[in-house]
Design a protein around this ligand. Structure first.
Ligand code: DHK
Length: 157
């Protein structure tokens, strides 16, 4: 994570990935694609660089660790891109943590959760995210970063 110098506001975006996304590339590639999480991270770093942003890229299988990461970002970072994975559909704790953040939040799903099983149609995170991107594969992360950059406006010259 790059911390800003002087009093400049942070331009670092937390890109947070939930459970089982560490298995990308090998896990149900017909649904989640062939790219690995390292590929997604590379895409995020390249995209963010072009937008004048930095990325704090993380993944955890643990709900508490995801809540901790959101709480850390709350007072330090510029925005949050989150793929909560299965916790989208279950976690009131994650929703509450995000609701406590006065930051741009974009929720990303690799797959189109609305074309899948009914239990995936509800996302608690969508109730507090400013935007939701689903079904674009890894490109969804790049689109989410573009959205956050647009909301933040240009950084220091
Ligand atoms: C990823 C998961 O792991 C699922 O639990 C969600 C999401 C969908 C995705 O499409 O990225 O239901």
């Amino acid at each position: 994570m790059t911390s800003p110098t002087s009093n400049e506001p942070s331009r670092t975006v937390l890109v947070l990935n939930g459970p089982n996304l560490n298995l990308l590339g090998t896990r149900q590639p017909e649904i989640y694609g062939a790219d690995t999480l390292a590929d997604v991270e590379r895409l995020c770093r390249t995209t963010a660089g072009g937008l004048g942003l930095d990325v704090d890229f993380r993944q955890s299988n643990s709900e508490g660790a995801l809540v901790d990461a959101v709480q850390e970002a709350r007072s330090a970072l510029a925005g949050i891109v989150i793929n909560p994975a299965a916790y989208s559909h279950t976690s009131i704790a994650l929703m509450d943590a995000l609701a406590a953040c006065d930051l741009p939040i974009v929720e990303v799903h690799l797959s189109n959760i609305h074309r899948r099983e009914e239990f995936r149609h509800l996302s608690y995170v969508s109730k507090v995210a400013g935007a939701v991107i689903a079904g674009c594969g890894p490109q969804g992360y790049a689109l989410a970063l573009q959205r956050i950059a647009a909301l933040l406006g240009p950084g220091p010259a």
